[in-house]
Design a protein around this ligand. Sequence first.
Ligand code: AMP
Ligand code: MG
Length: 385
Amino acid sequence: MRNRRVKIRATMRELAVAALLICAVAFSSCTAGSGVAGVAEEGEVNTAAGGAANTSAESAAPYEEVGFAMGTVVNQTIYMRGENLSPAAITAEIIGILENVESKWLSWRVEDSDIAAINESAGTGVPARVADETAAYIEDALRIAEDSGGAFDPTIGKLSRLWDFDGGKNKIPDSAEIKRLAKDVGYAGIRLDGRSVLLEKASGIDLGAAGKGIGCDEIEAYLNEADGVKGALVNVGGSSILTYGEKGTGEPWKVAVLDPRDPSGFLGAISLDGTHHVSTSGDYERYFEIDGKRYHHILDPKTGYPADSGLMSVTVVAKDGADCDALSTACFVLGYEKALPLLAKYGAEGIFVDTDRRVFLTEGIRDRFTLIADGYDLEREEGTK
Ligand code: AMP
Ligand code: MG
């Protein structure tokens, strides 16, 4: 049993800085706001918000580990039910699951992944044959593409490669080239028939907007099967987080949302009971600036340019990881008001931060979100639908 008195007493900011330092030391490319961290323990959040921490609860000592998968830092906190299974084996298994999702199914960069095979045959009329899981996740992506009116569009692949926010070119691509590639973007051009996938046009699939959420879905399925895990908090790069089960102390999970203009600090914290998925899309994650204008990695499929809907970040809380991740991207492109009916359709909640530093919450999360950062206004009125 672990006594809270001996729990590590880092402040939330220290936790974030520590995670960013790990990131900076291990991966030099993380500096442009990689969205690392985002998880805090309840005592610190309560203190920051002025509430009283429950110091009487005893809890089993969680097993904590920082690893690397899907091109990002993965923080895991595991609460075991018994001692028949090694938590280290569980965290290793989880990293393996994420690696598998990336390399076998989703990555367009990995030569023999399913998505790479689909992209290879794009426009040739010859379908690619993919794993059941890949087909199912493409089906999910098509549903969100349709429901979001194409704000989320998995056929954005060639455009995101042209902008190459990962590559650090920091250059606005040629406008004629953007226009040309944007013409071929359109989820309606994906023909999915069982395990066979055909991209009608010479476009490319990029499931990067849903990939970490898909990873979290696979982890949730694994934890449902794994005997002995009472609760877990898995944070994939700060932008997709799974809260699973319970700590066993009666205390909720606390998930921090990063400050979009100071991602080494926290905007606020969400308090969640049980299993949930939390995904954030922000203009601070991968971007460059030219003449004071920010060019970020979330593209408007209709224009081929970074989405300009007046938001700096959107955090979505949902029951399904793939949906949650894709929804956060779709909401970012749609903007606050247009995103509300989409979230309502999925029974999901959202935290929107606009460029005037106003924070808007959907109704179901109002009692569960605490604003921490200075310089932001929490808007309390209902959004228009
Ligand atoms: P996220 O951080 O989850 O919002 O995902 C952003 C990533 O998804 C980008 O780096 C691109 O690879 C891809 N992407 C960008 N814009 C879109 C979009 N409108 N629809 C689908 N995928 C997108
Ligand atoms: Mg996303």
